[in-house]
Design a protein around this ligand. Sequence first.
Ligand code: 5RP
Length: 213
Amino acid sequence: MATPLLQIALDNQTNESAIKTLNSLGNEVDILEVGTILCLQEGKSAIEKIRALYPDKIILADTKCADAGKTVAQNCKDAGANWMTVICCATIETMVAARKVMDDVQVELYGDWTFEQAQQWYDNDIKQVVYHQSRDALLAGKRWSDEDLNKIKRLIDIGFKVSVTGGLELETVKLFKDLDIFAFIAGRNLREVENPAYAARAFKEEIKRNFES
Ligand code: 5RP
């Protein structure tokens, strides 16, 4: 199993705030996610500014795109993103249109979706999914369960690179230690701390401890 990557979710409200986060931890993480909130607040300038600062990093635009896959993908690519997200309820045509433009596309798994749909995504060259605990579900008290872990395993068995996210904490990482996780995506627990660089290093150490032994 490869060691999982660490992705920062930049759900900052402004470009200025996102760049402040990156000044601390930008070199500690593997993937820079221009979060949905930042995309909605600042648009493509967020991607452009981050690309200018990090010419060689993977940048994911978390557009959670539901339609107009080709146009949204082209806009993200022109701004400097490598990957983008589409929402799992988008049509296969939207996903394929986005995938034709971007280096890779991640399907964000929220709410209802089926393994039959997942197989269709995979068969159409969509090889990444993000298994998500929504902020709102977490706030309502939902936690990672065996049901989640079993679903993640089935997705990995199909062949997907599976990333996990949603209120991830250091203590959450070990829950996934028997699974071939592609990336851990963390936002608030990396950004909203006194020292984001230190928090990112601690996540990387925890990932290594659980996945390299
Ligand atoms: C919200 C997202 C977030 O970017 C992702 O869940 C990570 O954020 P946090 O660690 O703060 O929950 O996709 O829709």
